[in-house]
Design a protein around this ligand. Sequence first.
Ligand SMILES: Cc1cc2nc3c(=O)[nH]c(=O)nc-3n(C[C@H](O)[C@H](O)[C@H](O)COP(=O)(O)OP(=O)(O)OC[C@H]3O[C@@H](n4cnc5c(N)ncnc54)[C@H](O)[C@@H]3O)c2cc1C
Length: 413
Amino acid sequence: MTRSAIVLGAGMVGVSCALALQKRGFAVTLIDRREPGRETSYGNAGVLARSSIVPLNNPGLFAKLTSYLGNRHPALNLNWKRALTRPGWLLRFLWEARPSQAAARVAALESLTSSTVERHRVLMAEAGVPHRLRETGTLKLWRTEAGHAAAQAEHDFLAAHGIASQVLDRQGISGVEPALNPIFPAGLLCLENASVDSPGAVTQAYAELFVQRGGRIEQAQVESLTRIEAGWRVQAGAGVFQAQNVVVALGPWSMDLLARLGIDAKLDVERGYHRHLQAEAGARLSRPVYDVDAAYFMAPMEQGYRITSGVDLSHRDAPDNHRQIDQATASAREAFPLAPFSGETWRGARPTLPDSLPMIGAVPRHPGLWLAFGHQHIGFSTGPITGEIVAALVCREAPPVDPTPFAPGRYIA
Ligand SMILES: Cc1cc2nc3c(=O)[nH]c(=O)nc-3n(C[C@H](O)[C@H](O)[C@H](O)COP(=O)(O)OP(=O)(O)OC[C@H]3O[C@@H](n4cnc5c(N)ncnc54)[C@H](O)[C@@H]3O)c2cc1C
């Protein structure tokens, strides 16, 4: 009998799960209310972040908290009213930042990011979009002399994890990115990162590959999920779909569906914004740059230079708050010759668990129900390995990395 699976959500995570299950012989239906890759997997900075192995809530967060709490720093906007309606989540997020947890969480993230570039390289070649991959690293930049020590410390930390980077001074920075204005005395070239020029188009290309290989995509709003004798029934739009296995990969909307099954996955979101600006006078960047003190990425994209903002801890569906992206836009124009902004501001939400690790695996007491969400800042990078982990677990094979740190059972009883 053909094994069957339904994957809910066609962002990078869901599409990757669909491809990995299909590779193992499953008949897979992928359901999304939009076209593939139109939400969070569209709006990110497109970085394949091999070096992103430190969770946002790391022990260093406590030293920065006072500068963040007044909601003036571009790195963080905290909606206090919202936070106080869910104090348990915020306290747990802070509690997870304690030093005793740091090494295990770094190891867990590293297990996900270590193969990110390699996995995307293979998939982009198979999907016919290898030209979208830029293996030119990413560049981290500091605006003050204190950046020299910070860059060196990060270089040493990454080297201890076998990740190559290069500390740069002002001259070195202008050597690799001559069009940047000389406002950065220190930098770190993260040599093992890569990037793409359109994360949405890459996700779409992977979805097309899935269809070429016989996969089925349904565009419909998922309304409900019900356990039946033979597995699971999904009501989506006017359609009803059944399969032995269901993977919930609805990104920042995953909790909505699970709540209807009485499951609280402890998922929340870190909102973020982006804008596209055009370079002036033929200026160009060869890689995404991250301005540490001003807390934004500036990434060369098909549509122009994409400026992405820091973290906005507000309700997922609350109206936009443009404070951070306004600050980021102004800072980016100090760093690089960009025309004034005109156009639309995109808003998305990074799905986040309190320990900043994704939820990948089986739901206790719900056979055939699998979760794949909560990839916060690295879900575009780590979608493909997530797909491989899920598919291996479904097939009771050994996954490519130890899935224990990502087990849903850590939050779901
Ligand atoms: C500003 C910003 C910058 C980022 N930069 C990076 C980066 O450089 N590198 C990186 O690796 N990551 C980055 N990320 C994080 C990354 O984008 C996310 O972790 C990742 O895209 C999550 O993918 P996903 O598939 O889980 O979710 P999504 O891409 O959001 O996919 C979820 C899908 O579910 C669908 N859906 C939801 N509810 C329903 C429903 N009821 N019925 C049907 N369909 C439904 C949605 O339409 C959507 O397509 C960034 C995020 C942001 C916000």
